[in-house]
Design a protein around this ligand. Structure first.
Ligand code: LHQ
Length: 252
């Protein structure tokens, strides 16, 4: 059985972590398969939007600790450069919206992979855990970059040092994620987000993602210049001209 399942419906691709008995913890094979699916989504004209979720009661418990037990240090170091860092780069550089649909517990690298996505929603029973400090590691997979920017340095620092469990409701309240939905409504709510995104001009969404990412490292002056450049690209697309023409044709 594959540790990742993949499905495309009407240009909405769903990548599902599929090691439910291990709470969808990543071994090397699963991480490489995930990378391959992300590459496919980035390059395929059949995919406009990507949803990442987990099978069973977890989103992902992060690194499969059984797979690294007893490994030597250089081997463990390579896990980031070969597995998790490329995953985060592939998600953030993909010129398409990537939605993390956090269906259950998201711990360690599992939590931080969710947090690097463009929209993060969670089922009300989901929890987020920066589990690293408990096993003597530092937060990785971009966590030390994203979490302080999402919720502020102090809360990020405390969550990363204490390793507290954060409920989906708390995560939404503190701005770590966009929204939480009651478990029975979760699948339908995620589908609605996907279909809304699919219905919008794709180039504009890609350029919006790019603009937001650039803003993370720029001052206002430089960001205004980036917006000018990206808006010119957006305004040059047929989708913009057609959408404006349609809007102006509306009957009062
Ligand atoms: C697992 C795991 C798991 C294996 C649950 N591995 N089996 C980067 C670079 C280098 C090295 C290491 O890592 C990294 C990145 C990282 O992600 S580090 C952080 C790794 N993750 C963790 O430390 C989380 C470990 N898991 C937990 O703390 C708990 O399992 C959570 C809080 C996620 C869920 O707790 P419960 O709901 O009580 O479930 P459980 O603990 O009973 O787990 C169910 C099964 O899943 C169990 O197997 P079993 O055969 O006993 O039923 C666990 O052993 C297995 N599992 N996480 N990461």
């Amino acid at each position: 059985m594959s540790s990742i399942t993949f499905d495309i419906k009407e240009s909405l691709a769903t990548i599902t972590f599929n090691r439910p008995e291990k709470l969808n913890a990543f071994d090397r094979e699963m991480a490489l398969e995930f990378q391959a699916k992300l590459d496919f989504c980035a390059n395929s004209a059949d995919v406009k939007v990507v949803i990442i979720t987990g099978n069973g009661k977890a989103f992902s418990a992060g690194q499969d600790l059984a797979a690294v037990a007893g490994s030597d240090q250089p081997g463990i170091g390579r896990i980031l450069s070969e597995l998790y860092n490329p995953i985060v780069t592939k998600i953030t550089s993909m010129p398409k919206p990537v939605v993390a649909a956090v269906n259950g517990v998201a711990a360690g690298a599992g939590a931080n992979i969710a947090l690097c996505c463009d929209i993060v929603v969670a089922a009300s029973s989901a929890v987020f855990i920066q589990a690293f400090s408990k096993i003597g590691l530092i937060p990785d997979s971009g966590g030390t970059w994203f979490l302080p920017r999402l919720i502020g340095w102090q809360r990020a620092s405390a969550l990363m040092l204490l390793g507290d469990k954060v409920s989906a409701a708390e995560a939404a309240d503190m701005g770590m994620i966009f929204k939480t939905y009651p478990d029975p409504e979760f699948a339908a709510s995620v589908e609605k987000i996907g279909s809304t995104l699919i219905s919008m001009p794709a180039a504009g969404l890609a350029l919006t993602k790019r603009a937001l990412q650039l803003s993370m490292n720029k001052n206002l002056h430089d960001q205004l210049i980036e917006e000018d450049e990206l808006q010119q690209q957006a305004a040059g697309t047929p989708a913009f001209r057609e959408s404006v023409a349609q809007f102006l044709k509306r009957k009062p």
